[in-house]
Ligand binder design. Structure first.
Ligand SMILES: [Zn+2]
Length: 232
């Protein structure tokens, strides 16, 4: 239950349901500080292609989760027709949308908020989180917070926590791309994200070449396994 697959994610949700948690919106988490409430929020740093699957899983568990989207991302364009369709899909499943704002943009936080607000109107925005905050501060203040950043549960796995055992209120940051069943897709997405920090094409090219090599090796190993299985 400690890995990053859709199955593990479903088990995580089910554990919260079995423990008696109520899933609330990001805003409600701050408004009503009650035990046994949790908000799942998805900060979206990379492509939107991972959202429909995650939204569907949340929906199947009768959960309304929160998707924090960026209006200034260089990895997706929120204003394309494809993105609009994804957003509509989230709203159709009654999920919430909030802002993942970026301090490095020339556009102010307030403007980023109002641009996204216009985009999802008449639905209100469900809070905001900062992309790559400079401090190591929790985006939830004094509310218990867990994040699956970079394929590792920062602050430990939520189900192992004392807070979960005691049914404390909490927020979970879940990045949808980490759960993709495609190894390359997951890796490329993560690398693309980190490449943005360096922003050189030479770097990007090197990374892609390396990924292709790794994938080829992985496939060769699988072939050896299959052949060994056949002869044994
Ligand atoms: Zn981010």
């Amino acid at each position: 239950m400690k890995k990053f697959t859709y199955e593990d994610y479903k088990q995580l949700l089910q554990a919260f349901i079995d423990r008696g948690y109520t899933f609330v919106s990001f805003n409600e988490l701050f408004r009503e500080k009650t035990d046994l409430t949790v908000n799942i929020f998805h900060p979206i740093d990379v492509g939107l292609q991972f959202l429909p699957r995650m939204a569907q899983i949340d929906h199947e568990h009768k959960i309304r989760s929160t998707f924090h989207l960026s209006v200034v991302s260089r990895l997706y364009n929120l204003f394309s027709p494809q993105s609009q369709a994804v957003i509509q899909g989230l709203l159709n499943l009654n999920h919430h949308i909030g802002l993942h704002w970026d301090i490095e943009s020339d556009i102010s936080k307030e403007d980023q908020f109002s641009i996204l607000g216009d985009l999802v109107r008449p639905f209100p925005l469900d809070g905001m989180t900062e992309h790559r905050p400079p401090s190591r501060q929790s985006p939830l203040g004094d509310i218990t917070y867990f994040a699956d950043s970079r394929g590792k549960w920062r602050y430990g796995h939520p189900l192992d926590s004392q807070e979960f055992k005691e049914g404390k209120q909490m927020g979970l940051a879940v990045h949808p791309f980490l759960y993709s069943e495609y190894k390359s897709e997951r890796k490329i997405t993560a690398r693309m994200h980190s490449i943005l920090a360096t922003e050189t094409w030479a770097n990007m090219q090197l990374t892609l070449v390396k990924l292709c090599e790794e994938e080829r090796e992985f496939q060769m190993e699988s072939m050896v396994d299959i052949n060994a299985g056949l002869s044994g």
